[in-house]
Design a protein around this ligand. Sequence first.
Ligand code: GLU
Length: 511
Amino acid sequence: MSKKPRLRFAPSPTGGLHLGGVRTVLYNYLFAKRHGGTFVLRIEDTDQARYVDGAEQYILDCLQWCGLEPDESPFNPGPYGPYRQSERKEKGIYREYADRLVKEGHAYYAFDSPEQLEEMRSRYSTPENPSPQYNHTLRGKMRNSLSLDAEETASLLAGGTPYVIRIRVDPGQEVCLNDMIRGEIRFSTSGLDDKVLLKADGMPTYHLAVVVDDYLMEITHAFRGEEWLPSAPVHVLLWKALFGEQHMPKWAHLPLILKPDGNGKLSKRDGDRLGFPVFALNWTDPKGELTKGFREIGFLPGAFLNMLAMLGWNDGSGQELFTLQELIEKFSMERVHKGGAKFDFEKAKWFNHEWIKWSTADALAPLVKPLFVEKGIAIPEGERFTQVLGLIKERCTLLTDFVQQGAFFFTFPANPDLASIQAKWNEAKQLFFAELIRQYELLPEWEADRLEADFKQMAAAAEIKPGDLLQPLRIMLVGGKYGPGVFAIAAWLGRQETIHRIRHVMGLLRP
Ligand code: GLU
């Protein structure tokens, strides 16, 4: 690569960040880092009607949680600022290019009022074309600087009549786009409309702003969702007209993330319907409705990214688990798939489970601690806590599982599953546990192997299968039929607490 690449994520702050959006960030980020380049965050807030308070901070929080921090952003500006399009508009950046397009015949002023546009849509609507577009066939019938004479246009402009600037798309031409994933894609201009580039309030539309900013920010590669493909020919036309195609970034339109069932793009509604999140972090919309995020349901950021990376890419070796660093080393656009990837929540959880197993107890501790605190469970400091995490992490798929799996270590099991013991409880077992308490009281060292050896020896002496005694012991210590090795639990609980728990449950049983 001749020039150090510059890539950007250019979200509009309109709501929660969908996992497809995070995957777009990830692929841009990986490519930038793989080639020693720069990753830029640009906020595309030109559509003031769709602007949502808090959405910008939310995007930043998501990137921070994922560890995909931009090298340049509104919060950490570099030499290409400002990084918010609303602020760039204040500097007159877009107006200058829009005026140039008009001057050079690539765009024109359009003075049509909303009523006139409405009238046009109803007048020219046909069953084959129910919503006619403002394009080369209709522009001649509308009020714009191509249909009006120069004098009339000048007087409308001088009189302050509101106007927009529209791109002039001439029919019968071919626009060619070289996509890094899809190869050469050809579009005919005959199907394109004369999109608005500059609105009546002087705000640019996305189409003008994205081209101008990618140029001024020296973006070399632009990877975005496949849903932007229909807009691409307009962007190519603007690049040609303003800056020359040779400066255009290399494009890639990333495959969609699809619904687990049926066809089409995975939406927030699918998540609600099927019971899984589609946003990275919890998002509360302006109406106060909360949508759950992957972080809050207990995903590790590394697992979330790993899972996203694999939704559309693999390294060809069959390897599925990658750290971010490994992804940076291995990622290549040649191996990004063309077709959409179906989202599979069970597989997503598999990634998280693997990552939890893979993580050290020390790394998990700060993430898991607040979850216990939230439930009012007092936890010990330091090693006593991490030992528990080490014992139970194999059993946890989500971080929130740690509370369910680990609470009994720190709190006395208030409602042990007596029914499961009672059905097979008898005098012999009663005697066994009474004797076990006596032995355990005298044990010189309190450690798992020794506890197990003594337990088995005593079971043999009492002629009871150890299996018939292990479950009652587990329920006595844990409260239920789950948890790691029962002697490891007893070792952690300590002599006094172990005996106390056995004694307590024995007192509740009838032989
Ligand atoms: N502002 C667009 C969005 O919201 C960016 C699309 C692009 O990357 O060109 O996704």
